[in-house]
Ligand binder design. Structure first.
Ligand code: PRP
Ligand code: URA
Length: 209
């Protein structure tokens, strides 16, 4: 089964409180989501491999570390995933960014794919699928399936808030994909919203509705 990592750093948990708060305005919400994404990027890259190169400091020669192995790609799920991209690029500026367009049919809660565009070398990269909300898991699973169908096999999932139902759905369908979240909340309500959650992430990020 894939790992579930809860990023419980105090800065992440502090910022998450204000992200959840309905009194937080659009600008602050967007800034906070981006800041948490930066902090989570630190956690999600914790196990990327290193290699050494020879350099010369002003004092002497030394072997020093650089990142090694697969390059990284980010794949936000449109639209709300976009809110986390810039924050991650702050730490991983060389990452390429693909996009998957999905929306949830509000009656069936089933994801509908309307767009996909990936870096040409996506298959060689470690791809981080990004979406603030993991509710039923339908959107994340559809995104992961779309990537696997295109031979992308090195995948991780990063979300701000998950419902236990969504975590289970992804772990059952994709045991090879590790999941990184800032919180696993209590449950889903009858409309498929995460409780307590933060409401509709896309609407709060973009000031719609
Ligand atoms: C939200 C959210 C996820 C999805 C999660 O997107 O950003 O993509 O719902 O729900 P699920 O786990 O039950 O699939 P939404 O469909 O509202 O689209 P948006 O990003 O355009 O707001
Ligand atoms: N999508 C959201 O934006 N919020 C939820 O709580 C569930 C799905």
């Amino acid at each position: 089964m894939g790992k579930l990592v809860i990023c419980d750093h105090p800065l992440i948990q502090h910022k998450l409180t204000f992200i959840r708060d309905k009194a937080t305005n659009t600008k602050d919400f967007r800034d906070l989501v981006s800041e948490v994404a930066t902090l989570m990027a630190y956690e999600i890259t914790r196990d990327v491999p290193l290699e050494t190169i020879q350099i010369e400091t002003p004092v002497c020669e030394m072997e020093s570390y650089i990142l090694s192995g697969r390059m990284i790609g980010l794949v936000p799920i449109l639209r709300a995933g976009l809110g986390m991209v810039d924050g991650i690029l702050q730490l991983i500026p060389s990452a390429k960014v693909g996009h998957i367009g999905l929306y949830r049919n509000e009656e069936t809660l089933q994801p509908v794919e309307y767009y996909i565009n990936l870096p040409t070398d996506a298959q060689e990269r470690l791809l981080i699928v990004i979406d603030p909300m993991l509710a039923t898991g339908g959107s994340a699973n559809a995104a992961i399936e779309a990537l696997k169908k295109r031979d992308c096999t090195h995948l991780k999932l990063m979300c701000l808030i998950a419902a236990p139902e969504g975590v289970k759905a992804v772990q059952d369908a994709h045991p090879d994909v590790d999941i990184f979240v800032a919180s696993v909340d209590e449950r889903l309500n009858e409309n498929g919203y995460i409780v307590p959650g933060l409401g509709d992430a896309g609407d709060r990020l973009f000031g719609t509705k």
